[in-house]
Design a protein around this ligand. Structure first.
Ligand SMILES: CCCCCCCC/C=C\CCCCCCCC(=O)SCCNC(=O)CCNC(=O)[C@H](O)C(C)(C)COP(=O)(O)OP(=O)(O)OC[C@H]1O[C@@H](n2cnc3c(N)ncnc32)[C@H](O)[C@@H]1OP(=O)(O)O
Ligand SMILES: Cc1cc2nc3c(=O)[nH]c(=O)nc-3n(C[C@H](O)[C@H](O)[C@H](O)COP(=O)(O)OP(=O)(O)OC[C@H]3O[C@@H](n4cnc5c(N)ncnc54)[C@H](O)[C@@H]3O)c2cc1C
Length: 596
């Protein structure tokens, strides 16, 4: 199994390399080799980006060619058995020894062992290790080190290295996630990645970065990438589910009529069409976020880190919400396919297990939304002090005078409604924190007592951002389209707004003048829109243009031969190689004869 995985991974990597293509293409084509992920994902997804983001030019000149030519294979080992979220609590230490100009790496106890890094179990021979940097008796916090862990000729773990595979997981089982322990393992001083901080030969610590969190930069990059990844995953899942729903006929609503396509049921449309809209919404938002990200990188190259806090807040909530929505909607696609959606050959289980993992790795959902909430509360307080708001928070101004937003069910009106909900929920959090403080709590406890509301406020902010970006980008991108295409894409973006307005009627009743009659109108418009989208549903998923080799699904193949493909796959299963399993003779027959 593992051998086949590595072979496929290398065919994919070297094949694309020979074509001189870049890693996003690699990411996409790897889907033609793996239902889950490539064992080289972390090499290209985090090891290479960290060398680029955390190394000096001299260090990049040494390590980047080796990594890009696959002369070394790396991963990113930050999480430990005892800590994943709380990076400042990581236990692995790197203590500088000036007499030998080396760092001594140690995992002092079991909970310090690195745990989870993709590809660490059996594939990687190098890794980025986050360790608490000690020099001259002072701890300077977690810093990134590049560490060789295996001999590049024999692949044997180097002396002082304990490494292995962590075992089966819900998914990601082609990623050989691993564990790693250090016993007084020495690395050269130059293996500290020194773009943001340096240690001189005599052990003097020199801070270079203008911002304390640039060490966390790779995580911001991956979070930005994951929003796009989620759009892609969801597009695959809904392609499978819609195509299957066009093939599948079931039940007889009218006695004298043939069984209808299940795609004709309004409830099926309710399950699936939001998935098409969301894939578009996430894709357009991810492109907008990427442009924001590259803009902040440019500012930082000019020494300006003022826009970094907003990027951290945006990447945190968009990663959290895109992964959470995608996990839920891929499961919804599985539900929509009945029993066959539960078949591994449908590819929906693998897509789900990938997406649901993404809700956790690269920053847990709750933790990242609280990071965004921290930025929202700080922005509210700055607004109270008369300071300017960042662009994505301009809507807070409307809440200054506390007047309730009048409900308007046009698309632009609904977007403004979501702004009002976000502003209202952030304001309610600020009020709650201040109430607890007035009742004698310190700020930290007042914050903790408000965290359930803070997570909700961050989700509301994120939803408002997605709605606005999706609406604006659709308008911009369809300006030059044919009326037909424009109409269909407008239907999808309007469906997204109506769907979420109906999901959030409680908030809209609280923070806008929405009435019960308005809700009835929303529901009627939503249902009518599902019927309008139905004729284009198959065309819309075909437009995602997934080849069968990439979709890897018995239910979603372009030719619609679902039952033939299900049977073909079933007959391949090892249990069907012999008509009678030898377990019959070993166990079942003796049991039937009372001989067990
Ligand atoms: C095949 C080819 C592929 C090609 C391309 C592929 C694309 C990618 C796709 C797939 C690859 C990946 C596949 C699987 C990878 C899985 C890998 C992992 O999982 S790696 C581990 C991740 N681990 C976490 O994410 C920990 C989460 N925890 C944290 O981030 C921190 O602990 C945090 C933020 C929760 C708290 O950190 P505090 O305790 O140091 O900071 P506080 O005290 O909360 O905040 C202090 C200040 O720092 C700011 N801050 C915090 N984090 C920041 C950041 N990242 N950037 C900027 N500012 C930040 C805050 O906003 C705050 O600012 P104020 O004081 O309010 O002004
Ligand atoms: C498939 C997969 C692949 C991974 N690959 C890698 C990898 O390649 N490299 C790597 O370094 N790591 C990797 N990880 C680890 C991953 O980054 C961590 O699991 C993730 O960051 C969550 O941290 P944790 O496991 O410590 O969860 P915890 O933070 O312990 O979460 C447990 C619970 O505590 C809650 N919680 C924690 N802190 C707070 C808080 N401050 N406020 C409120 N609630 C809180 C969480 O919300 C959650 O409900 C991977 C994980 C998975 C699942």
């Amino acid at each position: 199994m593992y051998g086949q995985i590595v072979r496929d991974g290398l065919v994919n990597v070297t094949g694309i390399e020979d074509l001189g293509l870049t890693s996003p293409v690699l990411q996409r084509t790897s889907d033609a080799f793996f239902k889950e992920i490539s064992p080289f994902l972390l090499h290209f997804g985090m090891f290479v980006p960290t060398i680029i983001g955390q190394c000096t030019p001299e260090q990049q000149a040494k390590w980047l060619p080796l990594a890009m030519d696959l002369k070394i294979i790396g991963t990113y080992a930050q999480t430990e058995l005892g800590h994943g979220t709380f990076i400042r609590g990581l236990e692995t230490t790197a203590t500088y020894d000036a007499s030998t100009e080396q760092f001594i790496l140690k995992t002092p106890k079991l909970s310090s062992y690195k745990w989870w890094a993709g590809g660490l179990g059996k594939t990687a021979n190098h890794c980025i290790v986050l360790a608490q940097l000690y020099t001259k008796g002072v701890c300077h916090g977690p810093h990134p080190f590049i560490v060789q862990i295996r001999d590049t000729e024999t692949h044997m773990p180097l002396p002082g290295i304990k490494v292995g595979e962590i075992g089966p997981k819900l998914g990601f089982n082609t990623a050989d996630n691993g564990f790693l322990g250090f016993e007084d393992f020495r690395i050269p001083r130059e293996n500290l990645m020194m773009k943001n901080a340096q240690v001189t030969k005599d052990g003097t610590y020199v801070k270079v970065a203008r911002h304390g969190k640039l060490t966390y930069g790779t995580m911001v990059f991956v979070r930005v990438m994951l929003v796009s990844d989620m759009a892609y995953c969801l597009a695959k899942a809904v392609t499978i589910a819609v195509r299957y729903s066009a093939v599948r006929r079931q039940s007889q609503p009218k006695p004298d009529q043939p069984e209808p396509q299940v795609l004709d049921y309004l409830t099926q449309q309710h399950k699936l069409f939001i998935c098409i809209s969301t894939a578009h919404a996430m894709k357009l938002t991810s492109t907008w976020l990427w442009n924001t990200f590259t803009g902040v990188l440019a500012d930082m190259r000019d020494g300006n880190t003022d826009t970094l806090p907003e990027l951290h807040a945006l990447s945190s909530c968009l990663k959290a919400i895109s992964t959470s929505d995608t996990s839920a909607l891929i499961e919804q696609c599985r539900f929509a396919c009945g029993g066959h959606g539960y078949m591994y050959s449908s590819n929906l289980p693998a897509l789900y297990s990938f997406a649901t993992a993404t809700r956790t790795y690269e920053g847990d959902y709750t933790v990242l939304l609280l990071q965004t909430a921290r930025f929202l509360v700080k922005s509210w307080e700055q607004m109270d002090e008369g300071k300017p708001l960042t662009p994505t928070l301009a809507y807070l101004e409307q809440s200054r005078n506390g007047s309730q937003v009048s409900w308007d069910d046009s698309p632009e009106g609904i977007v403004r409604g979501f702004d009002a909900v976000a502003a209202g929920r952030i304001g309610a959090c600020v009020k709650s924190i201040r109430k607890h403080i007035n009742n004698g709590m310190d700020y930290e406890d007042a914050w903790q007592m408000t965290t359930v509301q803070l997570v909700g406020a961050a989700e509301a902010h994120c939803r408002a951002v997605i709605c606005r970006v999706y609406r604006d980008e659709t308008a911009r991108l369809t300006a030059g389209c044919s009326p037909g295409v424009k109409a269909v894409l407008d239907q999808l973006s309007t469906l997204y707004l109506l769907y979420w307005a109906l999901e959030r009627t409680g908030d809209l009743l609280r923070f806008s003048s929405l009435s019960e009659r308005d809700i009835e109108n929303l529901q009627a418009r939503y249902e009518a829109l599902l019927l309008k989208i139905r004729p284009n549903a198959v065309g819309l998923v075909d437009a995602f243009d997934f080849r069968d080799e990439v979709l890897m699904s018995t239910l979603g193949s372009y030719d619609g031969r679902v039952y033939e493909r299900l049977m073909e796959e079933a007959l391949k299963t090892p249990l069907n190689r012999e008509p009678v399993s030898d377990s019959f003779h070993k166990y079942i027959k003796p049991m039937m004869q009372g001989k067990l």
